[in-house]
Design a protein. Structure first.
Length: 94
């Protein structure tokens, strides 16, 4: 995974790109994500923070589209819910 973080005055943008996983060989019982690109953007607007989460991936293998779409719609909400929990930790507050 290659990640970059861009910071501007009222905006933080975190982008990520999946790269081939060469340290562990593929197996017949696991499907590798062939392509994935995403971004997580936090933008301050007054006293609120707007969040944009985008991800585009291609699972490959024999995963039915309905199964992949189920995770594609559930994953962003779980990610943001977990992020909210993590950010309550004092070490992430300024």
């Amino acid at each position: 995974m290659i990640t970059t973080v861009t910071k501007e005055k009222d905006l933080v943008k975190h982008t990520f790109l999946a790269v081939p996983h060469t340290s562990e060989p593929a197996t017949k019982d696991k499907v590798r994500v062939k392509k994935m690109y995403g971004e997580l953007i936090f933008e301050r607007k007054g006293n609120q923070t707007w969040t944009t989460y985008r991800i585009q991936s291609e699972a490959g293998g024999a995963i039915p589209p309905s199964f992949a779409n189920f995770f594609a719609t559930k994953h962003p909400f779980r990610t943001l819910k977990n992020l909210r929990t993590v950010l309550k930790d004092e070490k992430y507050r300024q």
